[in-house]
Design a protein around this ligand. Structure first.
Ligand SMILES: C[S@@+](CC[C@H](N)C(=O)[O-])C[C@H]1O[C@@H](n2cnc3c(N)ncnc32)[C@H](O)[C@@H]1O
Length: 214
């Protein structure tokens, strides 16, 4: 592993607003954060946490948790949160596959999934964050009527997700193929992550849906 990357991972373990799933003290900090009696919003596959950070600025009365397994990307988000003096956002380095070990049933108000890897090959299907295995976990931790947001550039993943969420009983409230015409109506969609900017630069359309479980 490159020295700089390893250095960021090690540093991430020392930063107060990053909780590593291997660190028991950190998990105590996560519990305290969640227990603050504010709505909890997760950004999954958050990378550097652009959505968590931007939403945390817009909604100071909600608490945001960015989740990703890549420590060096979380490090960038955590540093930004420190610089902006945001105390309503923290980051969890963990596998999304085990989210239900960190959050109680029916405790989460909203989930954003931002530009998840498409895992296009059939044999990778179980890694897609909208595979039924993951949806089961989201459903378990979301409050009744809690909203799941998905933003992606990938046409096939978007269609796949519409189907898997529908089969799981989610009721879709908003489903937009190419969000650009709708940005004034849904201003939160104006927030652009690193991957969104990259995909836009290569001419891709961006899709969005939100849904809740019955
Ligand atoms: C394409 S990047 C998107 C990052 C960011 N949301 C953005 O738009 O810039 C996908 C991210 O998902 C994370 N990821 C994929 N599967 C994961 C899993 N099962 N658990 C935790 N993180 C995962 C990767 O580490 C990666 O940072």
């Amino acid at each position: 592993m490159p020295r700089k990357k390893q250095q960021k991972i090690n540093e991430a373990k020392q930063i107060n607003n990053i909780v590593d799933y291997t660190d028991k003290t950190g998990l105590g900090r996560l519990e305290t954060f969640v227990a603050q009696n504010k709505p909890i919003v997760l950004e999954l596959a958050c990378g550097d946490g652009t959505y968590a950070l931007s939403l945390a600025e817009i909604y100071p009365n909600k608490n945001f948790i960015g989740v990703d397994i890549q420590g060096e990307r979380l490090w960038m988000g955590a540093k930004s949160a420190e610089t902006k003096e945001l105390n309503n956002v923290i980051f969890l380095r963990a596998h999304i596959d085990h989210l239900n070990q960190f959050f109680k049933d029916k405790s989460i108000d909203e989930i954003w999934i931002t530009f998840p890897d498409p895992y296009s090959r059939k044999k990778q299907e179980k890694k897609r964050l909208t595979h039924k295995k993951f949806i089961k976990i989201y459903r378990q931790i979301l409050k009744p009527k809690g909203v799941l947001h998905l933003k992606t550039d990938n046409d096939a993943l978007f269609d796949y997700s519409v189907e898997t969420l529908g089969v799981a009983g989610a009721k879709t409230a908003v489903c937009l193929q190419n969000i650009d015409k709708y940005l004034d109506k849904y201003p939160l969609l104006k927030i652009q992550t690193f991957f969104e900017r990259t995909h836009r630069a290569s001419g891709k359309n961006i899709h969005y849906l939100n849904c809740a479980f019955r």
